[in-house]
Design a protein around this ligand. Structure first.
Ligand SMILES: Cc1cc2nc3c(=O)[nH]c(=O)nc-3n(C[C@H](O)[C@H](O)[C@H](O)COP(=O)(O)OP(=O)(O)OC[C@H]3O[C@@H](n4cnc5c(N)ncnc54)[C@H](O)[C@@H]3O)c2cc1C
Length: 455
């Protein structure tokens, strides 16, 4: 039987999409939540997964399981690729490349942003970003794999470059990764190797600004800078990473001066974001204005101009300088759901008002920044506040309990319990990650060589 209820299609099960779907549970509408990954990922803790503290299971949750109690919500696996706004039909792609369509009365687009390389997409091959669970596991392999590679090499420049880690971007993600790599090297790995001294690992952090964590108050960024330097992170401010190769990076001073090469076999990219292809397509078919990164300029109620039936929420919103943070996405999801409920009740929509509840950034064990209104915390108090906030917003009670238990064990014993990395299916040409592809793509047999290198 065909339902006459309003059909709400939510694309993306991140913070925005999940909060919207939850709020519409038990409302008199039919909801479909479409996500290309089928699970909600708690992105703020991806770096702990990449550096071996937490497992992917602790920072993610199946959307199907999470929403099972809402009988009016269906979750589907698929990537949105096209939209017909006249017919109100969205086309999605399954993992096997076949497609299917979904019709809607109301569309909520919550697809977030992806890593941007500012026109240098070829950098991605050597410098992965960190947005997904795949990224986190790929980075984990590169980090722990680099120490293993170094252990087998004689002292010299080749070994040194395996023990050098370059990070582009001094925002929260770059800082968190830099701190964690040094902490890994000086604590968890310190006494496990025979040929190398993991403490010798160098971590180079590059950023075009004058300081790290520039979105925080100067008093806090000064403390963060000091904590990073004490940890042994080498800060290179005022430079842009202008080339990334298999064996290192080139950086160019922002204000002129000669470029410098830095040998490093592990390069990580956290320097910028851009819209995913579906968001670009949405802007194209609706004619909605978008900024350079592809964020969509929405109306005050978060709807697309000329399309009150389409909401855009979360990181993809390009309005009023709304920040790309989880809180904005969660509030946007609740707002879209409230607008739908108000319309069902015959009431007019309200404009979206973002309430800034503050931000936090982890530096190292015992050090974090917390900024909320007039409150400015750093060091141990900031760290406690940071931990409390992250646990409060982690999805799933089991995840919260096991994460707290893992953190306590990590603090007590300096160990990282999720260091396992897999090499990928070396017999499967389409597998994205193999040992050879990660470290020696030029040595791949033809069948496994990247497409652009095949004869
Ligand atoms: C490493 C990292 C650390 C961060 N740390 C913090 C922090 O400490 N504090 C903070 O407030 N914020 C932090 N953020 C930012 C925060 O995670 C984002 O602001 C938030 O996730 C945005 O929510 P969203 O719903 O807009 O998008 P996302 O949470 O990114 O969700 C987008 C969803 O859409 C899906 N998707 C994308 N394209 C398609 C498609 N075409 N079809 C179907 N599904 C699609 C994705 O699979 C994903 O599930 C961090 C982000 C990262 C990457």
């Amino acid at each position: 039987m065909v339902s006459s209820r309003t059909k709400v299609l939510i694309v993306g099960g991140g913070f925005g999409g999940l909060f919207c779907a939850r709020r519409l549970g038990k409302v008199d509408v039919d909801v479909v939540l479409l996500d290309r990954a089928a699970c909600h990922v708690f992105q703020p803790l991806l770096y702990q997964c990449a550096t071996g503290t937490l497992s992917i299971g602790q920072i993610s949750r199946s959307l199907r399981e999470e929403l099972a109690r809402h009988t009016n919500v269906t979750t589907l696996l698929g990537e949105a690729i096209d939209l017909d706004t006249d017919a109100r039909v969205l086309t999605a792609r399954r993992p096997d490349e076949t497609t299917f369509t979904l019709d809607y009365d109301v569309l909520v687009v919550a697809v977030g942003m992806r890593q941007a390389y500012f026109g240098n997409d070829e950098f991605a091959r050597w410098a992965p970003g960190m947005k997904t669970l795949d990224d986190a596991l790929g980075i984990r392999r590169r980090l722990f794999g680099a120490f293993e590679m170094a252990e087998t090499l004689p002292p010299g420049p080749e070994r040194d470059s395996w023990l050098t880690f370059a990070i582009a971007g001094g925002g929260p993600t770059g800082v968190e990764l830099a701190g964690q790599i040094r902490e890994m090297a000086t604590r968890a790995l310190a006494h496990e190797f025979h040929s190398i001294e993991p403490e010798d690992a160098r971590v180079l952090l590059f950023d075009g600004g004058s300081c790290v964590l520039s979105s925080f108050a100067p008093s806090l960024t000064d403390k963060a800078t000091l904590a990073l330097e004490q940890l042994g992170v080498e800060l290179h401010m005022g430079v842009h990473v202008t080339d990334v190769r298999q064996d290192g990076v080139t950086v160019t001073p922002k204000n002129g001066g000669p470029a410098e090469d830095h040998p490093a076999r592990t390069v990580l990219w956290t320097a910028g974001v851009e819209a995913v292809p579906f968001a670009r397509r949405l802007a194209e078919v609706t004619g909605a204005p978008a900024d350079r990164a592809g964020r969509i300029a929405v109306e005050p109620d978060l709807s697309v101009p000329g399309h009150p039936e389409i909401f855009v929420i979360g990181d993809l919103v390009g309005r009023d300088q709304l920040p790309g943070v989880a809180e904005n996405a969660m509030q946007g999801g609740l707002h879209a759901a409230a607008s739908i409920r108000r319309e069902l009740a015959g009431k007019p929509r309200r404009p979206f008002r973002y309430r800034d509840l503050g931000s936090a950034a982890y530096i190292s064990r015992g050090h974090a920044l917390l900024q909320a209104g007039p409150v400015r915390l750093a060091g141990f108090l900031g760290w406690l506040g940071w931990g409390f906030i992250h646990i409060a917003f982690l999805t799933g009670v089991e995840n919260r309990i096991s994460t707290v238990a893992t953190w306590l064990a990590t603090i007590a014993r300096a160990r990282r319990t999720d260091r396992t990395f897999i090499l990928g299916g070396t017999t499967s040409p389409e597998h994205p990650y193999t040992w050879l592809k990660t470290f020696h793509p030029n040595m791949l047999p033809v069948a496994q060589a990247p497409v652009d290198q095949q004869p």
